[in-house]
Design a protein around this ligand. Sequence first.
Ligand code: ADP
Ligand code: ZN
Length: 521
Amino acid sequence: MVTIREAREALKLYFGYEQFRPMQEQIISDVLQRKDVVVLMPTGGGKSVCFQVPAVVMPGISIVVSPLIALMKDQVEALIVNGIPAAYINSSQNAEQQYEIENECLAGRLKLLYVSPEKLLSSGFISFLKRLNVSLFAIDEAHCISAWGHDFRPEYTQLKALKQQFPSVPVIALTATADKLTQKDIQEQLYLKNPSVFTASFDRPNINLMVKPGKDRFNKITEFLERRHKQPGIIYCLSRKATESLANKLKSSGYSATYYHAGMSANQRAKSQDDFLKDNVQIVCATIAFGMGIDKSNVRWVIHYNLPKNIEGYYQEIGRAGRDGAKSDALLFYSFADVMNMRNMLQENQSREEQTELQLVKLERMQQFAEAAACRRRILLQYFGETMRKDCGNCDICRNPPTRFDGTLLAQKALSAIARTNERVNLSLLVDVLRGARTSQVMQAGYDRVKTYGAGRDVSTLDWNRYLHQLLNEGFVEMAYDQGYTLKLTEHSRQVLFEGRKVQLVKFEETKQEEPTVKAR
Ligand code: ADP
Ligand code: ZN
């Protein structure tokens, strides 16, 4: 078996790094022992090394599945520059080129082969792979396998064929998305055998998180830029057209700006990207097509001109700032009109109903993040399943905290209602129960007989929604996306219910509502 010492030498020899980052060492050591491994690590954490180094030191060839053809090319070129024989096969090549690479593989001349999932699953490819000595399968961007994730790709679900066809070849699955459902999906759908799961902290403490109202955003942006002399940054916009018009507007105000979106030619895109990487231009106005795999460590700020679709996307995009660890800013513009726009887009685009519902719930969480009055980092990390012990001190809310009040009683009412309905209600049904509404759903389930029925009738539906979102944001409640968006109790909720833990809620202007609504459903 190959030892971790040999891996360390390869790291130095081929990549020029003195040592592994702590988690990399453990991961690689498991891979070398031919264990299945799942790696959840934020962008910039150093995931590539986790399969590239084993690929170099293990005998035979490693197959890397990657969804993005453009990225594949960059990675392979970087490997070749480092002296590692690697290639890629995908639909951008003609039959002859593909044939040539297959021959290289058969001759045992390559250490890494990058393939798209489509290619991997195309007819004859598995039997081709069986003629090779495959040492490892690496599934990059593994969250694409999960319909709960933000980047679902149906062809990824076919990757289960790998374990069936190659039961003894280890699999390493990597992603920068950490939510629990995605993680579960990755393990289950790839049929991983008792895998080691490595989760790096998703905290990026050097990024200052800010949210501003969307009114008058162009002036707010120029104001923001005034204080960031020439520092490079990205402005994410919703549409291709918007990237162009914003870049032009910035240019006519004297800034150095360009744009980037998937509708441009490959050459134009390469030029924009290159100009930004080489600091020839300060600002890129881009759609979310920009950024995957871009290795620029000194991006000092990221602005979201519009509300992103979900927290996963937002987190990934702000993560492009400050990869060098130096102070950076993330500024999000929020307006209700954006939410409505986004809702319409989601409803028009989606073909499958359950996907639409999921996307709408995720959008709602994003909206709640933008409207939230609690430490923004706490909310972000909570979303990914990490609980912070104290507020971060590096977000707009921490710097300018809102007033809070003792909301323990309210929280207890909500949590106990969740417990008494056996964690089977979603948010709107819970509010109905709390307010004592006589809807058919409540009556049929017999929730009018639970002890907390109507215990919160003095609080309006809208206010209950806001309080419950605060509880979600702060980890007192969890939402089960895979079980009808039902609300679940957490360790923290148990402390509130049984151990006298206090809950501080944020004050807002309460709305009035007379009697509980009677909804005909
Ligand atoms: P990810 O795929 O997780 O986004 P990358 O693999 O692209 O991250 O790595 C991010 C950066 O960290 C790259 O510039 C990479 O060269 C660097 N890096 C990775 N591992 C190490 C290491 N052990 N020592 C120093 N730098 C490293
Ligand atoms: Zn904070």
